[in-house]
Design a binder for this molecule. Structure first.
Ligand code: BES
Ligand code: MN
Ligand code: ZN
Length: 497
């Protein structure tokens, strides 16, 4: 697939298909007016007649003659005043959806001059190009690795995106968007890979491959023996019942100055969650292959950094384990001593994410982090609270929480903050140890975050519960690539710090 920017007039660019926008209400962008006059006013007539509604995401494909383009795809872009970044992305998504199965090989896309709402930065041409880049990569994703019959080869092979100029600022923005889309697709590949293939050692292999592919990524893998030596007993309690050994995967990207403290990402990497001895019910248990979604997003973000090389230091740590119930498995009632020295009574072996994260969160202190953000498909309760639209956000630092909320808003990959008040902490009181690993049914996502907060007192920390956002269930079952866009926006906003 070839993606390029061009500022040549549309009339001078040959293509199999030209894509233009028609708003439902508002001024037609210059590109649409140009196309309309080249077509002798055809688009205007169709709009008047009602064939073109301009409704957000609606499409009409017109074969045309005597033009440098064989077809024109008209995309409805809604009303100028309601066109937020996410509405704009809706129009882009449906345009790319049409193109991916269509006959056009070379597409000329003139959607960049459609305005969007928001402040100067969020509505800029650069912001729009970034959204276009990301949507192109994201919408052309397919995962048919395990199908004997592959989907028929796609005709589409080149997209030229029209821009006002091909200056560095705009090229960088477009490339960041494309890289973000590819990062999401890497995340999705990892998430979609079946759990008989994607186990902790395989995930570690993915990190090693990333380090081979990109000089700027360094990796280190700890095995169970090394983790034992560090006292990571809560993490090891999770892998105890599996024949697949756990791994702690460390990836470093150092694009900033040596003295700049790193931003640390920590991912939950449960490659399959049966619940362990506290076995889960069978229904939809296959979806627990996505329980490494937090770590998949960390991998995706690292790939974006490796491709775009911003001046920032980022360390990623993935706690990879498989939660299985064999004879060596952890029992409900077992008490283990975490790397932090705090003891944990494991009352439910299905609350395993917090166990692997607690040791990983203790481990990352050694990096003297500027901030630590962990990502985890941590609680079913988060899906009950926020559904599949927003990631749950928890933090011990208001400024950090606000930055993550803003990043999610800008990227169209939203999070919503929930409280971490002291009142909830007592739900974790244990009769026998410093704490227990479950807090009962009320506020299940909050008590899970409270558990993590006991291991993150020494630094600025936020936790993202992505149980509802990391994958789609039902017919469109598959990894979503979230919250890579949020993470990338958040990390990039620290480049000038
Ligand atoms: N991986 C699950 C959380 C989850 C459930 C994510 C459904 C996505 C969909 C996690 O390990 C888990 O099992 N959590 C338990 C915690 C409970 C035992 C306190 C849960 O949510 O039921
Ligand atoms: Mn579980
Ligand atoms: Zn889990």
């Amino acid at each position: 697939m070839n993606f390029t920017l061009s500022s040549k007039p549309l009339a001078n660019t040959k293509a199999d298909c030209l894509v233009v926008a028609v708003p439902q209400k508002g001024d037609w962008p210059a590109s649409s007016q140009d196309a309309d006059s080249a077509l002798g006013g055809l688009l205007g007539r169709l709009f008047k007649a009602g064939d073109l509604s301009g409704k957000i995401g609606s499409t009409l494909l017109l074969p045309v003659t005597d033009q440098p383009w064989d077809r024109v795809l008209v995309v409805g872009t809604g009303a100028d005043k309601d066109r937020s970044a996410s509405q704009y992305r809706k129009a882009l998504t449906s345009a790319v959806g049409q193109l991916k199965t269509g006959p056009a090989k070379h597409v000329l896309m003139a959607l960049t001059d459609t305005p969007i709402t928001g402040n100067e930065r969020d509505s800029s041409e650069a912001a729009r190009l970034s959204l276009i880049g990301r949507t192109l990569e994201d919408q052309l994703y397919a995962f048919d690795h395990y199908k004997s019959e592959k989907a028929p080869a796609r005709k589409l092979s080149k997209v030229t995106v029209a821009a006002s100029a091909t200056v560095k600022l705009l090229k960088d923005a477009f490339n960041l968007g494309l890289a973000t889309g590819r990062g999401m697709n890497f995340t999705r590949d990892l998430g979609n890979t079946p759990p008989n293939i994607c186990h902790p050692t395989w995930l570690a292999g993915q990190a090693e491959q990333l380090a081979r592919d990109y000089d700027v990524i360094k990796t280190e893998i700890l095995d169970e023996k090394q983790m034992k030596k560090l006292g990571m007993n809560t993490l090891l309690a999770v892998s105890a019942g599996s024949s697949q050994p756990a791994r702690l995967i460390i990836m470093e990207y150092r694009g900033g100055k040596a003295k700049d403290k790193p931003h640390v990402l920590v991912g939950k990497g449960i490659t399959f969650d049966t619940g362990g001895i506290s076995l889960k019910p069978g229904e939809a248990m296959d979806e627990m292959k996505y329980d490494m979604g937090g770590s998949a997003a960390v991998f995706g973000a690292m790939k974006v950094l490796a491709e775009t090389k911003p001046e920032i230091n980022v360390v990623a740590v993935v706690a990879a384990a498989e939660n299985m119930p064999d004879g060596a498995a952890t029992r409900p009632g077992d008490i283990v001593t975490s790397m932090s020295g705090q003891t944990v009574e494991i009352l439910n072996t299905d609350a395993e994410g917090r166990l692997v994260l607690s040791d990983a969160l203790t481990y990352v202190k050694r990096f003297d982090p500027a901030t630590v953000v962990d990502l985890a498909t941590l609680t079913g309760a988060c899906i009950i609270a926020l559904g599949n639209h927003a990631t749950g956000l928890f933090s011990n630092d208001d400024a950090l929480a606000d930055q993550l909320l803003a990043a999610g808003e800008r990227a169209g990959d939203r999070a919503w903050r929930l409280p971490l008040w002291d009142e909830y902490q007592s739900q974790l009181d244990s009769n026998f140890a410093d704490m227990q690993n479950i807090g009962g049914r009320p506020a299940g996502s909050i008590t899970a975050a409270c558990f993590l907060s006991r291991f993150t007192r020494d630094y600025r920390w936020a936790h993202l519960d992505i149980a509802g956002t990391a994958w789609h269930s039902g017919k469109a079952k598959g990894s979503s690539g979230r919250p890579v866009p949020l993470l990338v926006d958040y990390l990039m906003s620290h480049v000038e710090d």
